[in-house]
Design a protein around this ligand. Structure first.
Ligand code: EPU
Length: 441
């Protein structure tokens, strides 16, 4: 088990380059199955979810090489169409391999995906999109078996603009015969990034970011090279960390318009913000103030992934801020933990009301999921004394060297590994089960 500790009270100061996007690189790695040759994906973040995708690709028979932030995938040796349960369980994005495997081999066998527990996360829209393209799908005993001798273009109408279902539909459609139209698709920047990658593979696809995506299926034309977009949720996290700790932070290598809704919130709470072409800087002096109600929404609305993190940045702001979570049913699991620091937050269904307090005191908290864990660290930056975040392995699913980067900005953060119990330990089998390492930078 990994424990991340933070001693609060130090302002952040410095510049930080935003890592590549987790939610872009994972579907793009799945899409690399559709190439006719080697693809090279650059700006890949070093995350445990990326490691899982590499293991899935290798299991399927692909040759995968990693050099720094580049991952080269050659799918020509692919000789399997299944994903083992243990890999499916490790992350939500394992499910986007379904459309790509089916498109490539006409058959896919997998199970239900894991990932953060944010309430029910059905995959009915993924399955109905694939059925619309001609797949026969059998769901029995937790197994999903998809068959399609030939996929055919169709009309996919998504009741909700699901990110994963849009990706699965795009992947399957890019090998289907004829045109597919996807109505009410997700408009997140990661969808446009997947579109760019598929175009490089020779697929005729357009409309990402708008109300309808059109995909004309065709065979692969070879390999491709692609650079993944910067991670807008990580960028949002650094802004919120600066607001919590105070200080001055410059983000570089980012696309400011991708997280403008978060930047506006940060500005409203009292940060001075300067936007550049590919940078954003914030300067935060106390006192911070409560902001207008925040309601999560599909892009370009306020991202659900940033909700816990903005909440953490507002814990000591003067006044009351109201949150409404509209995407996931159970996305306030961080609240009970933040209260243990002295935060005043009440939750009623989809609503949370946060009343700023004068002081927070460090405590031992447990990360419930990836963004909830990051929120606890952001809160710990402004708490008196030491905040320990247990199960911090969740954070490594989405943040590259989170502790080192915070330290580089002047925070007092360190990591301990204890015992067994997370997927991270499985990748470090040599480490003794008892206390392994304590590092203080
Ligand atoms: N939904 C359905 N049926 C489906 C699919 C989704 O009802 O078949 C519902 C969900 O229950 C949810 C809503 O649609 O209420 C949106 O879910 P979506 O499918 O868009 O989410 P996702 O694809 O599972 C991705 C990100 C999440 C992010 C959401 C929303 C990846 C790997 N994950 O999940 O990211 O919160 O979109 O923006 O892209 C994270 O990075 O921490 C994270 C959880």
């Amino acid at each position: 088990m990994k424990i991340l500790s933070v001693e609060g009270g130090r302002p952040l100061e410095g510049s930080i380059r935003v890592q590549g996007s987790k939610n872009s690189v994972l579907p793009i790695m799945a899409a690399s199955l559709l190439a006719g040759g080697e693809t090279v994906i650059r700006n890949c973040p070093d995350l445990s979810d990326v490691d899982v995708s590499v293991r899935i690709l290798r299991h399927l028979g692909c040759a995968v090489r990693r050099e720094g932030g580049a991952i080269a995938v050659d799918p020509r040796g692919m000789d399997r169409s299944d994903i083992p349960d243990c890999l499916m369980r490790e992350m939500r994005s394992s499910v986007v391999f379904m459309g790509a495997i089916l498109a490539r081999t006409g058959f896919a066998r997998l199970s239900y995906p894991g990932g953060c527990e944010l309430g029910p996360r059905p995959i009915d829209l993924h399955l109905s999109a694939l059925r619309e393209l001609g797949a026969e799908i059998d769901e029995t005993g937790g197994r999903i078996i998809c068959r399609a001798a030939r996929l055919k273009g169709g009309m996919v109408r998504l009741a909700t603009p699901s990110v994963g279902a849009t990706e699965n539909a795009m992947l399957a459609a890019s090998r289907a015969e004829g045109e597919t139209l996807i109505f009410n698709p997700a408009r997140e920047p990661e969808i446009a990034d997947l579109q760019d990658f598929l175009r490089k593979l020779g697929t005729d696809v357009s409309g990402a970011g708008g109300p309808v995506i059109s995909v004309r299926g065709g065979g692969p034309t070879g390999g491709a090279e692609h650079t993944v977009i910067p991670d807008r949720i990580v960028a949002a996290t650094w802004l919120c960390a600066a607001c919590s700790a105070g200080g001055r932070v410059e983000l570089t290598g980012c696309i400011p318009e991708h997280f403008e809704s978060v930047t506006e919130a940060v500005e409203a709470l009292g940060a001075e913000v300067k936007r550049g072409a590919d940078s954003v800087s914030v300067r935060v002096k106390r006192p911070r103030r409560a902001i207008r109600p925040v309601s999560t929404a599909p892009y370009p609305g306020f991202p659900t992934d940033a909700q816990p993190i903005l909440m953490a940045a507002l814990l000591r702001a003067q006044g009351t801020t109201q949150f409404t979570e509209t995407i996931f049913e159970n996305r306030y699991r961080h609240v009970s933990e933040l209260r243990r620091l002295g935060a005043e937050i009440s939750v009623d269904g989809t609503q949370a009301v946060l009343r700023g307090v004068k002081e927070l005191r460090g405590e031992t908290l447990t990360a419930p999921d990836l963004r909830g864990g990051a929120a606890m660290v952001v809160a710990g930056l402004t708490a008196r004394g030491e905040t320990r975040v247990v199960d911090a392995g969740h954070i490594a699913r989405g943040y590259e060297s989170f502790d080192d980067r915070l330290c580089a900005l002047g925070a007092d953060v360190w990591i301990e590994h204890k015992g067994k119990g997370t997927y991270e330990d499985a990748s470090q089998p040599d480490q003794p089960a008892a206390f392994q390492q304590a590092r203080r930078v």
